[in-house]
Design a binder for this molecule. Structure first.
Ligand code: GPK
Length: 839
């Protein structure tokens, strides 16, 4: 039997069709699934049939590990991390699972022998877009690292029927298309129709004293909805650990239908059913922009209640009767404030439903939760109008009042007479329309609070959570984000992976610090040549994709400068446009100018209701149109907007970048994670001192990073003195010319009104200080072009960047969470040596 399984990769001893890993077994299992699951002969099978047959073949191998992980955790009563997140932006499963199983080559060969191409099958998978951007993708990277580090963990979230919309570009504008990701079924999930939990909404409460003299509150809801569990195994890299991602789907409670049916209101019952199922129908496509919609609060409460009830169920399963040790069994991380309602819900479950005294319940609650903040943007901080909150969750509002009163009583002891401080700290915002502040609820109800990069964590203590920091400084820490090298290198950049592994072995995939061993090779000319040729091949592949998808021809020899992320004014895609127009003007002024040929590539979605962001997309496409068709440019400058940027596209883009654009206004990007993916794949960064850029620059060395722009302190100073953007424009002829050109209709067929909102905002207000950073950015970019002309120097810098990226593995981040916040230990999973069917 031929076997391509790498040494050290766990396998089972017996070769049966569901767990065996030889090429022959894989091939047979695949044909078997094509026949018995897809119901197809090969002659009539579609590519999708083949994809699904392969997915089921791989899933069987996951299940073996998954069931054994679950059994081990149950037997050993393992302490478990629960990661609560409204978003998990997983990306396609098949390729990643093949990498983590160590079966990529074996399956590639099995497919080849069957006359199929694995790459084409991988392309069939529709990615589950159950997230907006960085926050959701971080949750996915953390699930990968938790499993790889063999930490017992459950991810809890929402199974949206429609994920983030697909983006099309029509006439330069973004058009949103619904994402029917479940259209062809989802082979990676296992529905658990018997695992159903009830979630209440609305109605009222009443209280009474029970026969033992206890004060009891009863919540009589207006509506009950049930949550059904859908489970997806998350496998670690070359370990037997497969953790659980449990997503909840909302369903109508049947008895409710019957009730209405019996009273003759059949259509009312149908409406009720539709309304219930609406809760998990669609992901809100806003990124760092609050949308105070009732349905959104319903989504949040729905999945948190299901998650906590499920934890209590699991806790009781392991024989524990009372819940006094709940926090010893589970530690719960709140991924931003979206799951913050959990604090009040756990209190309700403990106090109302399990009759625990308040003080004990509060102790357990605080020891259970920890809270990660992901943004300082005021418009992103979640708050719910009191009346909306109270009508949906009347009992939770009472509980929050009680938590708040007890909390403020303590503050009063520490700061007597400081009413201003009480007002600032209160969970209830009393200024004007009254609100529940979710960040305050999360902060009060957690034993640990963290930001996602060093700078961000500092700013958090100085700004939005300043008063909380003064009160309980010991709760605060920093946990700089990380990304998984499995998806973001091994899977997406096989060329570079091979080259690195040839030189330093494969340890680096699990211990990213090992990349340091590449440092001596930065001077090796032979290695440098291979390094360049890997990058060039990646660029050729992206160029081919761009030709197919956008119809623009780009030269893989040109400098690929890439900016991909959600479109937001603070991320300053339009600053990049100002630089592009500047370069364009230089070429127009001096047609013979010897300029490095450059390709600027953009990608990202705008929130459907965010007008300025959508206008920025239109601006990029309009500028691209003019520049790409101007013969005077002679192909020295190309601009491309890649539609529908998502995880799958990210996997094509990062490996092909020469230059990573990380140009947010200092103080606004909490961390960024795309910055890490680019640098890990050998791109150099042009960036501001913002988010994790600061730490990336520290690691790779200032001489290997293109820094520009004002610092947080300089910007604070600028605003203190009264920022007057027009002064920057009036005193800078090129800047003025660029702004005027946009305003003149040059890029909009003479339409002077189209881009006026952008230009006027920059002149008059410029909240994100583009004009203050413009010259520094333009100058820095010229430096980039200088260095790029010296390919030996550029390559050396690229190698050193990669060699020094060890810190930014999500494995490092997760280890820190485990040690400092969660206090959990790895649990080894051993597969049964005989057969998977042995109990
Ligand atoms: C932060 F607040 C939010 C949000 O609603 N969505 C989101 O993706 C991002 N984020 C930050 O903008 C990034 O800087 C950060 O790297 C990422 O969260 C993960 O922490």
């Amino acid at each position: 039997m031929t076997s391509l399984i790498p040494p050290g990769c766990p396998t089972v001893l017996t070769e049966d069709d569901r767990t065996g890993t030889s090429i022959e077994t894989l091939r047979r299992a695949f044909m078997d699934n094509l026949f018995f699951i897809q119901g197809r002969f090969p002659e009539v099978a579609t590519k999708n049939d083949y994809y699904l047959a392969l997915a089921y073949t791989v899933r069987d191998r996951l299940l073996l590990r998954w069931l054994n992980s679950a059994k081990t955790y149950r037997d050993q009563e393992s302490r478990t991390v629960c990661y609560l997140s409204a978003e998990f932006l997983l990306g396609p499963h098949l390729g990643n699972n093949l990498i983590n199983l160590g079966l990529y080559e074996a399956v590639e060969e099995a497919m080849r022998q069957t006359g199929l191409n694995l790459k084409e099958l991988l392309d069939q998978e529709e990615e589950p877009g159950l997230g907006n951007g960085g926050l959701g993708r971080l949750a996915a990277c953390y699930m990968d690292s938790l499993a790889t580090l063999e930490i017992p963990a459950i991810g809890y979230g929402i199974r949206y029927e429609y994920g983030i919309f697909d983006q099309e570009i029509r006439d330069g504008w973004q058009v949103e298309i619904t994402d029917k990701w479940l259209r062809y079924g989802n082979p990676w999930e296992i529905p658990r129709p018997e695992l159903i939990l009830q979630v209440k909404f609305g109605g009222h409460t009443y209280s009474y004293t029970d026969d033992q003299g206890r004060y009891r509150v009863v919540w009589e809801p207006h509506q009950v909805i049930q949550g059904v569990a859908y489970d997806t195994p998350i496998l670690g890299y070359k370990v037997n650990t497969a953790n659980l991602l449990r997503l909840w789907r909302a369903e109508a409670v049947e008895s409710f239908d019957f009730q209405a049916f019996n009273t003759g209101d059949y259509y009312g019952a149908v409406n009720q059913k539709i309304a219930s199922e609406n809760i998990t129908k669609v992901l809100y496509p806003n990124d760092e922009q609050l949308q105070g919609k009732e349905l959104r609060l319903m989504q949040q409460y729905f999945f948190c209640s299901c998650a906590l009830q499920d934890m209590i169920r699991l806790y009781k399963q392991s024989g524990n009767k009372d819940l006094s040790r709940f926090h010893e069994k589970f530690t719960v991380q709140l991924n931003d404030t979206h799951p913050a309602i959990s604090v009040a819900e756990l209190m309700r479950l403990l106090v109302d439903e399990h009759l625990m005294p308040w003080e004990q319940a509060w102790d357990i609650t605080r020891q259970t939760f920890a809270y990660t903040n992901h943004t300082l943007l005021p418009e992103a901080l979640e708050k719910w109008p009191l009346d909306l909150f109270g009508s949906l969750l009347p009992r939770h509002l009472q509980i929050i009042y009680e938590i708040n009163q007890r909390f403020l009583d303590q503050v009063r002891l520490q700061y007597p007479g400081d009413n201003d401080r009480l007002r600032r700290l209160s969970i209830i915002d009393e200024s004007g329309c009254r609100y529940v502040r979710m960040a305050h609820l999360a902060a009060v109800g957690s034993h640990a609070i963290n930001g996602v990069a060093a700078l961000h964590s500092e700013l958090l203590k100085q700004t939005v959570l300043k008063d909380f920091y003064e009160l309980t400084p010991q709760k605060f820490s920093n946990k700089t984000n990380g990304v998984t090298p499995r998806r973001w290198m091994v899977l997406s950049n096989p060329g570079l992976t091979r080259l690195i592994t040839e030189r330093i072995g494969e340890d680096w995939v699990k211990h990213l610090d090992q990349l340091r061993r590449l440092e001596p090779l930065a001077e090796d000319r032979d290695f440098a040549a291979q390094w360049r040729s890997v990058k060039h091949e990646n660029k050729e592949r992206l160029a081919a994709y761009i030709r197919d998808r956008v119809g623009v021809t780009v030269d893989p020899h040109s400098l690929f400068s890439i900016l991909v992320k959600r479109i937001h004014e603070y991320k300053r895609q339009h600053l990049c446009v100002l630089n592009i127009i500047t370069l364009y003007q230089m070429l127009k002024d001096n047609p013979q100018l010897d300029m490095v040929p450059q390709t600027f590539i953009f990608g990202g979605k705008a929130a459907p209701g965010y007008y300025m962001a959508k206008l920025i997309i239109k601006l990029i496409n309009s500028v691209a149109d003019v520049i790409n068709h101007d013969p005077a440019v002679r192909d020295r400058l190309k601009v491309v907007f890649l539609p529908d940027y998502n995880v799958t596209l990210g996997q094509r883009v990062y490996p092909a970048a020469d230059l990573s654009q990380q140009i947010s206004t200092a103080g606004y990007e909490a961390s960024g994670t795309g910055n890490m993916k680019f640098a890990l794949n050998g791109a150099l960064t042009i960036g501001t001192l913002d988010g994790a850029n600061v730490e990336i620059r520290e690691e790779v060395g200032a001489e290997n990073f293109f820094l520009f722009g004002n610092t947080v302190e300089q910007l604070q100073e600028l605003w203190r003195n009264g920022y007057r953007p027009w002064e920057f424009a009036n005193s800078n002829p090129m800047l003025k010319r660029v702004l005027d050109l946009i305003g003149s209709g040059y890029f909009s067929h003479g339409d002077t009104a189209l881009f006026r909102p952008i230009v006027e905002h920059l002149w008059q207000n410029d909240r994100y200080c583009l004009l203050a950073d413009y010259q520094s950015y333009v100058d820095c970019h010229q430096q980039v072009l200088q260095v790029y002309q010296d390919q030996a120097q550029w390559t050396k810098m690229s190698i050193l960047n990669v060699a020094r990226m060890g810190k930014f593995s999500s494995d490092r981040a997760i280890r820190e969470y485990c040690q400092d916040i969660w206090h959990v230990e790895p649990v080894k999973i051993v597969l049964p040596a005989t057969s998977y069917m042995t109990p």
